[in-house]
Design a protein around this ligand. Sequence first.
Ligand code: NAD
Length: 486
Amino acid sequence: MALDKTGYPPLDFNTFYNVIDGELSSTPNNVRYGINPITLENNPAVPISSLHDVNRAVEAAGRAAKSWAEVPWDKRVSAIREYANAIEDKAEDFVRILMKETGKPVNLARTEISTCVQYLREFCQLSLPSEVIEDTEERKVVTRYVPVGVVVGIAPWNFPVQVSCMKMTPAILTGNAYIWKPSPYTPYCSLKFAELGQRFFPPGVLQALSGDNDLGPLLTEHPNIQMVSFTGSTLVGKKVMESCSKTLKRVVLELGGNDPAIVCADVDPASVAKRIASIAFCHSGQICIATKRIYVHEAVYDAVLAAMVEFVKTLKLGSGEDAYTGPISTIDHFKYVKGLLASVESAKLTVATGSTKPPSDMSGYYIVPTIIDNPPDDARVVIEEQFAPVLPLMRWKDEADVISRANNTNMGLGASVWSRDLDQAERLGKQLQAGNIWINTHLEIQTSTPFAGHKQSGLGIAMAVDGLKACCNVQSIYTRPADSTT
Ligand code: NAD
């Protein structure tokens, strides 16, 4: 058989396995199928991991973590860099399966895979050296960061591999073993990423377990896992934290958001409308840090609404090369969004463009990009994280009032202010309660910058050196001379 560039047989992108202790492993009598949200056809079979599979993976991870922690930092960096190159080499294969599991338009799927490669490479530019706190004749105090051991990453379905690379890369780089638990809706790219990783990491350093809804709790309860890095809904995040508390696991929670965007009176309506809508309707709004509530100053409200309606009508819904907006990714979320739209109808809210019904001529889980004109602040479409192409625009006229309305939520992931007056934008931005504040932009995150949610949008930090520290225990060493009298 012809070998690929890495000296291994080519990856088979039609069959999917768990990855346990360096080997591919299946569960022959117990499999499940994801659904392609574009065609509604079954995707290939994937394993349903049992407690036995979990125990095998955790044991292997425990063994691997001990030796991987001893591997010098630069050797770990080399392995991650080679892994990134191999993912890049297979990018188009990953793009195709990512489209089938999430329904993402091709450009967005390509961006997700290339962002994974970027994250892997950029994390390797960070370092976490010991810190000398004090170095005198009397004593030396040094703080070092030691890997926690076995880290589990639990991922959502909206960015299955990108979110996981935010977790896996810092965990492995800092010397931990990592068990990848994808969402049951979208396990395919993740299992194949982990399979490819076996060429670069010793057995047990990178493993992946596919399963149904029972798998997450088996992992969060497991006594030999030291950390859970979770991304998903606030509701499940609380359950994860509760379960992890029994063994006092370290937890990082990256949870839901309901990002406001405040548009000031001095903007160019056409330009701002286009930029905000491009973000709000990307991936059909299924992005934790998408613009989800738009507060527009009354002086430009009508112009921004009109420009946004015109622009949104040009966004192509579908799955072709030219599609901007794909389907809702999962049947359960599709049902939720239909319920949300029914609430728009029953509350007699004004639909500026779009529809409260899915398009009758499309078989996938499609929702037409829809804008709701000035709903009341207590409308479901305003207070809930819609995670859908259903966007409310509301009027404002008083700064203090709009800040209070924007902050009137348990969520605090991101928020943006759009203004030509940067002093005004900064003044407003600093009053917003969120972990990421953007001025004349939104949705930008990068590995060099801490990413975290305020309030019930999260706990702990991803990205940046803080993201590396999150995967470690702190150890402070105090040393005095042997003949010291104190
Ligand atoms: P979800 O909470 O339903 O599921 C997330 C993961 O948790 C899945 O892998 C699921 O199988 C697992 N899970 C479910 N129950 C569990 C339990 N009891 N114990 C352990 N694991 C369990 O979320 P979702 O629907 O997949 O994703 C959408 C949500 O994720 C949205 O709220 C979105 O805002 C959020 N999200 C947040 C970020 C961020 O960085 N803050 C990024 C992406 C998505």
